[in-house]
Design a protein around this ligand. Structure first.
Ligand SMILES: Cc1ncc(COP(=O)(O)O)c(C=O)c1O
Length: 391
């Protein structure tokens, strides 16, 4: 990111990633240098590392209400999603070949469904309403006697909508179908408990809750059938071969532990800041609306559609003013395409194009938001004055 003329740098892209907390980096450091053994080695060096791994597994399972034997460490959210979808469908290929998922899942889920299609697994994609909510009854209707897995994310990474997982899990239980959720955006942000949600598999990744990048986990409820998707040694009870990323896993556990301290109070505080930002922007800019659900949303997520301009140009102008945000478009084969999420909530192409996501974090202050509220409206006015979409 470029430095603004005022020297300010305000990071409002915490849904993309978060910095590692100093305490997390401190907890990891010994495992990069002194305690370097391979956890599979029977000698004392290896066993020291193995103890750290076991302790991390205990910590992670405690924080989400699981048992240590139900946690499989992975290289992050993408791999955990792949393991859930490919692993369950291949273990249950004798039973069925059908997945039910939602239209607003992360690419780690949707692209995996595309891949599975080439392996003979069909997917039914249930729609969402204008706020991004899945209707559990749509999930019920989509389940057939060939369905082996339902995958619905806990909260959407773009628009922040929190899905009714507990209601969906009543249906999956009734139907005897495994239920996976991608909880990458909720773990560490709001309380997450696998039994309260009723899920059988859950994806999490450390870099979204102030831990290191490249480390995640898949929770798999005992009794859920799942095959390995990569092949090699016997690590992670043979479900995820490869020498464990000990330092990363220690960091993940530490970050998760820290994230749970005062989580409800922090979520309340951040959602107050979120609402302050939403009010500040919507009251100052005409033809701006909030994307996502007004209340069932992540505490830190602001996503607004700004008519008549492009999100990308807002991003660049904000970056020049020291504000890091994200837009609702992605570059697909050289062209800017509005995201599948904004299209799924029914935004017309041109409005989806003008969407901007600002995601708050632990370090965000009211002063930061005042700066955004002061800086963004003139940027929008200037871009609109040049826009061919407005007279
Ligand atoms: C909802 C969701 N799922 C999965 C991922 C992928 O996680 P990772 O970057 O750890 O592979 C992300 C990260 O952007 C995400 O937001």
């Amino acid at each position: 990111m470029s430095m603004s003329t005022s020297g300010k740098r305000i990071y409002l892209d915490h849904a993309a990633t978060t910095p590692c907390l100093p305490e997390v980096a401190d907890a990891m450091r010994p495992y990069l240098t002194d305690i370097f053994g391979n956890p599979s080695s029977p000698h004392s060096f290896g066993q020291e590392a193995k103890r750290a791994l076991d302790a991390a597994r205990d910590t992670v399972s405690d924080q989400i209400g699981a048992d240590a034997s139900e946690i499989y460490f992975t290289s992050g959210g993408t791999e955990a999603d792949n393991l859930a979808l490919i692993g369950v469908t291949s273990a249950l290929s004798g039973k069925g070949n059908h997945i039910v998922t939602s239209a607003i899942e992360h690419h780690a889920v949707l692209e995996t469904c595309e891949y599975l299609h080439t392996r003979g697994v069909e997917t039914t994609i249930v729609p969402v309403d204008e706020h991004g909510l899945v209707d559990p009854e749509d999930v019920r209707k989509a389940i057939t006697d060939r369905t082996v897995l339902v995958s619905v994310m806990h909260a959407n990474n773009e628009i922040g909508t929190i899905e009714p997982l507990a209601e969906i899990s009543k249906i999956t239980r009734e139907k005897g179908v495994a239920f996976h959720t991608d909880a990458v955006q909720t773990v560490g942000a709001i309380p997450v408990n696998v039994d309260d949600l009723g899920v059988d598999l859950l994806t999490l990744t450390a870099h979204k809750f102030y831990g290191p990048k490249g480390t995640g986990a898949l929770y798999v409820r005992r009794g859920t059938r799942i095959s390995r998707i990569i092949h090699g040694g016997a690590q992670e009870r043979e479900r995820r071969p490869g020498t464990e990323n000990v330092a990363g896993i220690v960091g993940l556990a530490k970050a998760l532990e820290i994230s749970q301290e005062g989580i409800e109070e922090r979520a309340r505080h951040i959602s107050e800041l979120r609402d302050y930002l939403i009010r500040g922007l919507v009251s100052r800019v005409e033809d701006m609306r909030l994307n996502g659900h007004p209340t069932k949303r992540l505490p830190n997520n602001v996503n607004v559609a700004v008519q008549y301009i492009e999100g990308e140009s807002m991003l660049l102008s904000l970056d020049m003013m020291g504000i890091a945000a994200s837009s609702g478009s992605a570059c697909t084969s050289g062209a800017l395409e509005p995201s599948h999420v904004l299209r799924a909530i029914g935004l017309p192409f041109e409005i989806a194009h003008g969407s901007l996501r600002l995601t708050l974090g632990r370090s965000t202050t009211k002063e930061d938001l005042d700066y955004v509220i002061e800086t963004l409206p003139p940027i929008i006015a200037r871009l609109r004055s040049m826009s061919p979409l407005i007279r």
